[in-house]
Design a protein around this ligand. Structure first.
Ligand code: GUN
Ligand code: FE
Length: 442
């Protein structure tokens, strides 16, 4: 093989959904594993002894004190908000007007978009995230700059131009027609190019006219293999605002449904204050939810209902749900930090999110939410060679604490509670080493 990567070490992957099947049945732990990636795709994964013959004479990178996982997947994040992450004192609507809509105006400039995209993607890799569903801004340049940067790094990325034609500053508004035309041109240029996917991206119902939502629905119908991403039911004032703007619709999600914006590959951020009918429609339409815990606590939005999403009264009512950072509403790009916060959100709502469930939501569960569960999010033959190697002992405290871990579950739980970007030892993108932590001085 011209381009083979061989890695030895402990790894974890999910063969089933731990929320439904139980943690033990769903999580596969290989204490001494071998992963072979040929030309970007995994061709062998299993016990080292079983595969050693396949790599005789070939260099094998051996990670000790580490656990290897599928590269993390962030199902909802705004790269143009990197410059105002950690903005003080506001809840959603004020936060958008005071900070977000100011920052996003800079992305008319292609060079600026390129520059921040590079910072963003390098930072994602440094935290172990190899795929994300990304909001750009209303400017086509914000998408061009982003996709150029993603293509250079060969990362599997989903992104799109934000559609917004009301209730926002003039400089951030398109029109129903120009938003449609610009999105279509971007689909034609980028969708399906290498590892890139386009997402039709109406920001949320309050910033789009009915004409714009209708155009978005028509565009998605004409390009059904693209994504549709938006926000839903994040904040109680937002929900009341949507009710006043669309009085004829039954609920928030029904606004999107009315314009043909629900279904497989529709990805809804937040989904905190959903009514029972909205949960039912999420499930029956095959739509997905991005759970954004650090954002939901930081902006004071509310507590996500894990139980309704993953363990409803009947299995067919479960909703594909992935973890997400929602930076800059979220406070960290690290999916470990998102998992730690998801646990706290669960605790406040009376549901304990185990390590298996949290890591699932950032890997295979997120891949399912993006309908990419046959491509990414698992360590198995046929999957993309996107991996993160986590150092179990990346800080003095973790080094001390890890010695007291009696199982892989406990080690993973400690990592998601205490770990952050410092735990990233190495990252592989399509089989290529994309990041390696600086060697520690002894
Ligand atoms: N709702 C509409 N736009 C946004 C955004 O940029 N961030 C978050 N968290 N919620 C939104
Ligand atoms: Fe968001």
């Amino acid at each position: 093989f011209a381009n083979r990567t061989a890695i030895r070490g402990a790894y974890v992957t999910f063969t089933d959904n731990p929320f439904a099947a139980g943690d033990n049945a769903a999580m596969h732990f290989e204490p001494d594993g071998l992963i072979i990636i040929d030309d970007g795709v995994i061709t062998f994964s299993g016990n080292y002894a079983d595969g050693a013959g396949l790599v005789q004479g070939h260099p094998v990178t051996h990670y000790t004190d580490a656990v290897i996982l599928p590269g993390f997947i962030d199902t909802h994040v705004h790269y143009p908000q990197l410059q105002m992450i950690g903005a003080y004192g506001a809840q959603l609507i004020d936060w958008l007007n005071t900070y977000t809509f100011v920052a996003e105006q800079q992305y008319a400039d292609l060079d600026y978009a390129r520059q921040v995209s590079g910072v963003f993607l390098d930072e994602l890799i440094r935290t172990g995230t190899t795929t994300a569903a990304v909001y750009c801004t209303a400017h086509p340049n914000s998408v061009t700059g982003f996709f150029e940067a993603a293509q250079r790094r060969n990362m599997r990325m989903i992104a799109g131009k934000v559609l917004m034609d009301r209730n926002a500053p003039e400089a951030l508004c398109d029109t129903a027609q120009s938003g449609f035309d610009d999105s279509l041109a971007l689909i034609n240029t980028w969708h399906g190019k290498g590892r890139l996917h386009y997402a039709i991206t109406p920001r949320f119902a309050p910033t789009s006219t009915e004409a714009q939502l209708e155009a978005a629905g028509a565009l998605w119908q004409a390009h059904p293999d693209t994504y549709m991403q938006t926000h839903v039911s994040e904040n109680l004032d937002e929900v009341a605002w949507v009710k006043s703007l669309f009085p004829e619709r039954q609920n928030y999600l029904d606004v999107y449904a009315h314009y043909g914006l629900v279904g497989p590959r529709a990805v809804f951020g937040h989904a905190i204050h959903l009514e029972p009918a909205e949960w039912d429609l999420m499930a029956s339409s095959g739509s997905s939810i991005s759970h954004c815990p650090t954002s939901n606590t930081f902006l004071g939005s509310g507590l996500f209902d894990f139980k309704r999403a993953f363990q409803p009264k009947a299995p067919h009512q479960a909703v594909r749900t992935g973890l997400a950072s929602d930076v800059g509403g979220g406070t960290s790009l690290s999916m470990l930090r998102c998992m730690g916060e998801a646990y706290k959100v669960g605790q406040l709502g009376g549901y304990s999110v185990s390590a298996a469930k949290a890591f699932y939501m950032a890997t295979r569960g997120a891949a399912k939410a993006l309908y990419l569960e046959d491509r990414i999010g698992s360590i198995a033959p046929g999957f993309d060679g996107d991996l993160v190697v986590l150092n179990r002992k990346s800080t003095p405290l973790l080094q001390f604490r890890d010695a007291y871990c009696n199982s892989i579950e406990e080690a993973l739980f400690v990592l998601m509670t205490l770990g952050d970007d410092r735990a990233t030892q190495a990252v592989y993108v399509a089989g290529d080493l994309a990041y390696v932590a600086a060697a520690e001085a002894d």
